[in-house]
Write a protein of this length. Structure first.
Length: 134
């Protein structure tokens, strides 16, 4: 096994772990996050926070484990597309600091979306994947 397989695994852990931790945060701070989502005009904010938390936990674990990667990446994309444009809509902010913060988050989400789309093109099964253990 090449050392680059381990580098790729580390990248998967970092990328997927970002989403797993974010999803767990959705559940740990459900009330606060639901309030923020509701303030953005999203209907059924609490259900949206729960659903988005499930999407990114499933997506992140899938990437980390290399198991059903296409489904996991679809979950991540399904989370990032609406969140990026509904929640990080910096162009509607009138004050400088909220505008800057939302723009940074918007740009981060666009980069994460691009990475998810690129991962779809990596041949499967991925090295050091759970699927290879069975």
């Amino acid at each position: 096994m090449a050392y680059l397989d381990y580098v790729f695994l580390l990248g998967r852990i970092l990328y997927g772990g970002f989403f797993v931790l974010g999803g767990l945060n959705h559940f740990q701070h459900l009330g606060m996050m639901s309030g923020f989502v509701g303030s953005k005009g999203v209907p059924a904010a609490k259900a949206g926070v729960v659903l988005s938390g499930v999407l990114i936990v499933v997506g992140g674990l899938s990437v980390m484990l290399g198991y059903h990667v296409w489904i996991g990446l679809a979950c991540i994309v399904a989370f990032l597309l609406p969140v990026t444009f509904l929640m990080q809509n910096y162009w509607v902010e009138t004050e400088m600091m909220p505008r800057i913060n939302q723009r940074v988050n918007f740009q981060k989400n666009v980069a994460l979306l691009g990475a998810a789309l690129m991962m779809l093109m990596i041949p499967k099964p991925w090295p050091l994947s759970l699927v290879l253990l069975f």
